[in-house]
Design a protein around this ligand. Sequence first.
Ligand code: KIV
Ligand code: ZN
Length: 515
Amino acid sequence: MMDEENSHGEKIYIFDTTLRDGEQSPGATMNMQEKFRLAQQLVRLRVDVIEAGFPIASVGDFDCVKNIADNIRDVQITALARANRKDIDTAWAALKNGDNPRIHTFLATSDIHLEYKLKMDRDQVLELAVASVKQAAKYTSNVEFSAEDASRSDLDFVCRVFEAVIKAGATTVNFPDTTGYAVPDEFGRQIRYLMEHIPNIDKAVLSVHCHNDLGLAVANSLAALQAGARQVESTVNGIGERAGNTAMEELVMVLRTRSDQLPFYTDVVTEHIYPSSKMVSTITGMTVQPNKAIVGANAFAHESGIHQDGILKERTTYEIMNPCDIGLSSGSLILGKHSGRHAIKDRIQAMGYDGLSDEELNSVFVRFKELADVKKDMVDEDLEAIIMDEVLRVPEVYQLLSLGAMSGNKTMPTAAVRLLVHGKEVKDASIGVGAIDGTFKTIAQLTGTKSRLLYFAVSSITGGTDAQGEVMVRLECDGKIVIGQGADPDIVTAAAKAYLNGLNRVAYLQAEKEK
Ligand code: KIV
Ligand code: ZN
């Protein structure tokens, strides 16, 4: 069904579940504003379907899905629902104003899940799956059914279930490798079996959803495509439950780079891959490992002299992809302190961050100028850090006005901090084990907050002693775990900004909850 073909082969539908399965990564919760921002980025990326959340899970999740369905166009929005009336009604209530909204309902089919989790027999599961799809189909003609733990299920039973749910109105049937157990050859054979044994499979799109527990999610997804699947469920940076899901950027770039072997294409605008990856890691605080394929910091770095020499002579000697194709700029010198607003706006757009409002562009411009005054060479990474820092900032109930810190090996580390707290100026100073400890203590006193610092990391955005430092913290505050980020040429200031960013996120979550 819906096969589209062009000279590159058949179209593969990209179903993005960064906002749902991705958010199930430990510690990766995103607030409403961040989810909306990311959904806008996914539209720019031109994925086909955005799974915006699991509305029955919480009021917050419901509101996030509704906000996205109500306001985002030109992409199918879906939401997850277990196979029961309440979940499906709730999913629909959140989705109903969407553009071609899809209800995604799921039920396990493996004997392990039937016996221990559902305590149902196969006939009951079949009946419930059909009833749920019929109920969803009353609301929309765009219904997806997932057979949870399908890869460990009896295949003939999955065939029976898929045949029945397609008759009941499912237009996509999804075969998840929920536990990341499958290996590519086997997974491909399973998909081929479904293609050959479900009489009405031509009436639906066969989809796969792979987890990465054995590091095989992308390989399994590719094997499934070769066997007949036409939708892949994936996430940006491969984030997701446990070891994550199929990494969208890897799958898409394999299809693009090896179209000689794999006659498929996606509609993904690959030049938006890098900015999307950066946005996801900034929002979730889940940094990308340097050697990660496609978007890792080293993915296009050439260390050995022989390789560097080869690249200088002819890029393709050691590069199978052009970094520009994923939206990576050369990292070369860009603008300086005399650059105008227009030039900076053009550069931001050329880097793939083209959804910024005038107000956001203005604050990025001001920060850029401030940094250019103290930093000699401004490169794309500097601008990128400012964009992430400014644009993904939550409303600030705590704002840094000034910071003076003293440290050294023969002195008592002290920090004096001035803040705006709910619009009122407050100031204090503390002694700490080091300047950062003193700063955090003072901020805690001034804001009246109690939080536990779970994680602290500092990195340098570019080389050089005048480089911006980027600090990431993870805080536990009022039972919530949040991340906080800050960038500044002064590391203690970057740390203060990150800490305040975390506290502002807690306040924002609290305000969202009260609303
Ligand atoms: O991993 C899984 O099985 C899922 C389903 C809900 C699609 O996430
Ligand atoms: Zn999953």
